[in-house]
Design a protein around this ligand. Structure first.
Ligand code: SPD
Length: 437
């Protein structure tokens, strides 16, 4: 025996960026590489990072395989570390080179633990390796695969099955559906969580029922975005609603939601809902004055296709398209995670709707970064979200519908802002991030 362990340090260059950004593909390839080499797999954990990059480790009875990828550099760095004579890590090397489409590689093999340099003693302890080995054979290998949404300071990770139920690069964004352990199926756009089966009710109830229980009679509604269908589903619970135009830019979002999130997207087949695949900005530009009683902006975050939905021009157009008593409600990002967007967008709404007609409110959404999410209620003709709340109607409505988040108390409490949020709104300066060091 020349050494106790063989450690191959591998650099793969010019890999396929798609393959080394696909956490499922990487996990499967690494597991197969370990099997082909003759290793016994004990456990694996793999993380995908937003917007790209994967880290993972496989613990094998004979040590471990580890990987980190940089899709933007088409580069993967891998450690293949095995002990004993029976496992050949170079078989794993060949397999992974093929699987990642690496055009070039460099590698170095280290001999770890050379017996002639070591002092062997008798250890009086139970044979741990043998015990571990028997245990490993008796349990099935546990996969631990994680999706991570993060910026430079904060990350939110969700463990999922590892299989991408839906994965398409549309003309606008990467559209994915994963199956998470804690929150059921999740719609992910460009690496950001949009909705999950288990907490979607918070967002959709709060974006729909707050304005509909304040407006005396909202009949015609426009939803910009909302391609999963959840906001429309909640609106259809109100008898006053006669027609909903839902304008979603990305047909893949609709397709993925119809296929994998049927409970959320059920509204698409309702006769009162017209689904229009179009750019919301263009739709508003071409929309006639005073067409809608309520306009909901159920957008993604202000990067990629939704960027233009966070501009003064767009909101001026929305204002024009509202009937004189109309209301606009938007998702307005997180006061803690997207502080500057939250603050600036409030100033923008106030410039258009008037300082006293803009009312931000909050809800707790566990799968959005920081968990604290804001919406904004903006009225064209001074309808107030609390003093104009029709209590009788709201109480009867909540009793009839089996709502899970909205209550009349929540309605009123949501507009009570914590002091630090009030400070963000009243401060003159541009704030970067409340949580940043
Ligand atoms: N960071 C998440 C922002 C999500 C906003 N839209 C969600 C769409 C749900 N219908």
């Amino acid at each position: 025996m020349e050494s106790l362990g063989r450690h191959i340090i591998v650099e793969f260059y010019n890999c396929s960026p798609e393959k080394i950004n696909d956490v499922s593909h990487i996990e499967k390839s690494m597991l197969r590489a370990a099997e082909l080499a003759g290793a016994t797999i004990i456990n694996s954990t793999f993380h995908h990072f937003s917007p790209f990059g994967v880290s993972g480790v496989i613990v094998i009875e004979e040590s471990h395989f580890a990987i980190h990828t940089w899709p933007e550099y088409q580069f993967a760095s891998i450690d293949l570390f095995t002990c004993g004579e029976l496992v050949n890590p170079w078989i794993s090397f060949d397999h992974l080179q093929d699987e990642f489409g690496a055009k070039h590689s460099s590698s170095i093999e280290l001999q770890r633990g050379q017996p002639h340099l070591l002092n062997k003693v008798t250890v009086h302890a139970p044979d741990v390796r043998d015990h571990a080995s028997k245990k490993a054979k008796s349990i099935t290998h546990q996969r631990s695969i994680w999706f991570t949404e993060r910026d430079n300071h904060v990350a939110l990770s969700l463990r999922h099955s590892g299989d991408m139920l839906y994965q398409k690069q549309s003309a606008y964004q990467k559209v994915e559906i994963i199956d998470t352990f804690a929150y059921g199926k999740a719609l992910i756009l460009d690496g950001m969580v949009m909705t999950t089966e288990r907490d979607e009710f918070v967002y959709h109830e709060m974006i729909a029922h707050i304005p509909l229980l304040v407006h005396p009679r909202a009949e015609n509604i426009l939803i910009i975005g909302g391609g999963d269908g959840g906001a429309a589903r909640e609106m259809l619970k109100h008898a006053s609603v006669k027609h909903i135009d839902l304008v979603e830019i990305d047909a893949c979002v609709i397709e993925a939601s119809k296929q994998f999130l049927p409970n959320i997207s059920q509204s698409f087949s309702h006769p009162k809902v017209q689904v229009i695949v179009d750019d919301g900005i263009e739709f508003i530009k071409n929309c006639k004055d005073e067409s809608y009683d309520l306009i909901i902006v159920d957008s993604t975050d202000p990067v990629g296709p939704a960027e233009g939905l966070f501009t003064k021009d767009f909101y001026q157009g929305v204002y024009r398209c509202l009937t004189p008593n109309g209301i606009m409600v938007t998702q307005s990002e997180s006061p803690t995670f997207n502080t500057h967007v939250f603050k600036e967008i409030q100033q923008c709404y106030k410039a258009i709707f008037g300082t006293n007609n803009v009312h931000p409110y909050l809800a707790y959404i566990p799968t959005y970064p920081s968990g604290m999410w804001s919406f904004s209620f903006c009225s064209k003709n001074s309808l107030h979200p609390i003093t104009d709340l029709n209590m009788q109607k709201a109480t009867a409505f909540t009793e009839k519908q089996d709502l899970q988040y909205y209550t009349t108390d929540i309605h009123q409490a949501a507009f009570v802002l914590p002091k630090f949020v009030q400070n963000i709104l009243s401060s003159e300066q541009r704030i970067q991030k409340v949580l940043s060091p």
